[in-house]
Design a protein around this ligand. Structure first.
Ligand code: SF4
Ligand code: SF4
Length: 173
């Protein structure tokens, strides 16, 4: 859940901190111009892989979430981490107006009566890869080829996110 299980408050939960980190990231990316090309390409690659699993995730959600008695987002203590934010900036996506939570006592501010208000592509990675037990059971009914492809894609996304972050740090260090 998020990048640091032992955090006592969500990363960049305060509005000012959220604005500052986003402004700084935007400046850094702009300042380094074409030196960021490889990081941008890695972020695009992650995006393509993410988009390739959205229809499966939508299908799993369509047959489970609308009848869920125990919505996971009501209790999730997760946040947009550095790789999530970098991914959004490098791909030129609209940045959510605030972190998911400003305090661990809160519920995610993007949870609406009909589900998550954030487009899938802008959600933290943890919100994308998490399959609850009901969804896992449903997933295991899919053909093996579908399950294997999903597992491989999730692994490739994890690796791609790490590579994207390493490349960004290499350029700005
Ligand atoms: S992912 Fe699972 S726990 Fe979360 S809302 Fe859907 S069915 Fe419920
Ligand atoms: S961002 Fe969306 S999917 Fe993630 S916890 Fe919040 S409401 Fe749920």
């Amino acid at each position: 859940m998020g990048s640091d299980f032992y955090r006592i408050e969500p990363l960049w939960g305060a509005t000012d901190t959220w604005k500052t980190v986003n402004r700084n990231l935007e400046c850094l990316i702009r300042r380094h111009g074409s030196k960021m090309d490889r990081a941008v390409a890695l972020a695009r690659d992650v995006q393509v892989r993410l988009e390739s699993i959205f229809s499966l995730l939508d299908d799993l959600c369509a047959v489970t979430c609308p009848w869920c008695p125990d919505h996971c987002c009501l209790v999730a203590k997760v946040w947009i981490d550095f790789k999530d934010l970098l991914f959004l900036h490098l791909n030129g996506h609209e940045i959510p107006p605030a972190q998911l939570l400003s305090d661990f006592k809160e519920t995610c501010s993007y949870l609406a009566p009909k589900g998550c208000m954030l487009p899938r592509i802008a959600r933290p990675w943890v919100c994308t890869w998490y399959l609850c037990p009901t969804q896992k059971a449903n997933f295991r009914q899919k053909p093996k080829s579908v399950q294997d492809k999903f597992t491989r894609t999730v692994q490739a996304i994890k690796t791609g996110r790490k590579d994207m972050e390493s490349e960004f740090i290499r350029i700005v260090s």
